[in-house]
Design a protein around this ligand. Structure first.
Ligand SMILES: Cc1cc2nc3c(=O)[nH]c(=O)nc-3n(C[C@H](O)[C@H](O)[C@H](O)COP(=O)(O)O)c2cc1C
Length: 389
């Protein structure tokens, strides 16, 4: 174990060697952005010197209001962000998004029956009849994101990010009028150019190894191409970054900071399902798969009996976004409720996670993850500077 002073010195050096335009633009100490659906993680990353970004897609406007008020109480004047999803393509896009009632009509019997077959095969018990569960679909559309934005702009997120397509014009305009920044995730250089043309301030170049929705190009190959394509717009690297060495590599590729997701799922603050957390801690980097089984678009997740069934020979094929999410919402809830005690549900349960899951072997507090990343970053930069001396 290193002494406390040595660790503090490394952190100071890491701090000095990672000041980038992103730190200046966002007013943060470390250019480490953390995507999470959990407000505790968001607040803890911001308080540790990075910037937490709250994933808002599953929240309705009232719930978002509560979450943002809570985060602001926790972080004081420090900056945080929010993330919405307006996909470039989804069922009902012509109307800006349909409500759950109208969309239900688009779900074929074949897929409904397949869900029931899986649950029966794995002996997953039904939900209690008094269950109170309504799927929050609102977020996956232009209309849905717009009402989330109304709430967000009554609060003070420093950055609003959009995934799965360029942010719509009115989103960019409203965020800029409110004096905040717009970011967007890109899995290909041509997507990054579309984001730039739409007026985004920060491009997140997210590679194939990332958790959640991903493209087909690895981070190592994608980041320098995006950096060159959109220069001088700053780029954050995402996908496969969970340590200081990976962060140093991302900065060497031309990124001005990192955008991370998976690494926070095994922190103390994360309310990841206990069975999922346990599976993540045990998993190797070969245990993820890019599958349409959860949202209808390819998203990296832990391999489980659920995605094996949807990607297997008997599958009727996943539905488009957001129908697949609607179709499986109750089944996912049944599986989650039963997973602690029911072996079939345990085999089925899965969640989004990237290839870095193989590095996540211990549950740690968020602050420690941030400081270890900064410390290891400093060591990596020093080692590189010393090569050939
Ligand atoms: C559990 C989980 C859920 C995610 N959901 C979203 C989302 O709703 N919106 C989004 O922009 N990105 C989402 N992502 C992707 C992250 O923003 C980030 O780009 C990705 O996690 C980076 O790669 P990493 O997982 O290797 O750190 C998600 C990632 C994970 C792991």
């Amino acid at each position: 174990m290193r002494s406390r002073q040595t660790a503090d010195r490394m952190i100071q050096r890491g701090d000095a060697a990672m000041q980038s335009r992103i730190c200046e633009m966002l007013g943060i100490e470390y250019p480490i952005l953390a995507f999470s659906h959990q407000r505790d993680v968001v607040a803890a990353v911001t308080r540790a010197g990075g910037l937490g970004v709250l994933g808002a897609v599953a929240l309705n406007p009232e719930a978002l209001d509560v979450e943002l008020s809570w985060i602001e109480e926790q972080v004081g004047d420090l900056p945080y962000g929010i993330d919405v999803i307006v996909p470039a393509h989804y069922v009902g896009e012509e109307a800006g998004g349909l409500d759950a009632g109208s969309l239900t009509a688009f779900i074929p019997d074949k897929q409904r029956e397949f869900v029931n077959e899986i649950l029966e095969r794995y002996d997953v018990p039904p939900l209690p009849s008094d269950r109170d569960h309504q799927i929050g679909l609102l977020g996956w559309s232009a209309k849905g994101a717009s009402s989330l934005l109304d709430v967000a702009l009554r609060h003070r997120p420093a950055v609003v990010a959009n995934a799965l397509g360029p942010p719509p014009d009115d989103m960019v305009q409203r965020v800029h009028e409110a004096g905040r920044l717009v970011a967007a995730l890109a899995g290909r250089p041509d997507h990054a150019l579309k984001h730039k043309a739409a007026g985004v301030d920060i491009v997140v170049a997210q590679g194939y190894e990332a958790g959640g929705h991903t493209g087909e190009i690895s981070t190592m190959v994608l980041v320098p191409q995006v950096v060159d394509a959109v220069a001088p717009t700053p780029v954050l690297a995402a996908g496969g970054i969970a340590s200081g060495r990976q962060m140093a590599a991302a900065m060497a590729l031309g990124a001005e900071g990192v955008w991370t997701g998976s690494v926070w799922l095994t922190t103390e603050e994360a309310e990841t399902h206990p069975v999922v957390k346990e599976k993540f801690i045990a998993a190797t980097s070969a245990d993820t798969v890019r599958s349409r089984a959860i949202t209808g678009k390819p998203a990296r997740q832990l391999k489980s009996a659920w995605n094996q069934a949807w990607d297997g020979p008997e599958s009727p094929g996943a539905l488009g976004m957001p129908l697949q999410t609607m179709l499986i919402a109750d089944a996912q809830l049944r599986i989650a409720r039963a997973a602690a005690a029911n072996p079939g549900a345990r085999d089925l349960i899965t969640y989004f996670v990237g290839q870095v899951v193989g590095q996540l072997n211990q549950v740690k507090p968020v602050r420690r993850v941030v400081l270890e990343m900064v410390e290891e970053y400093a060591e990596a930069v020093e080692r590189l500077a010393g090569l050939g001396e």
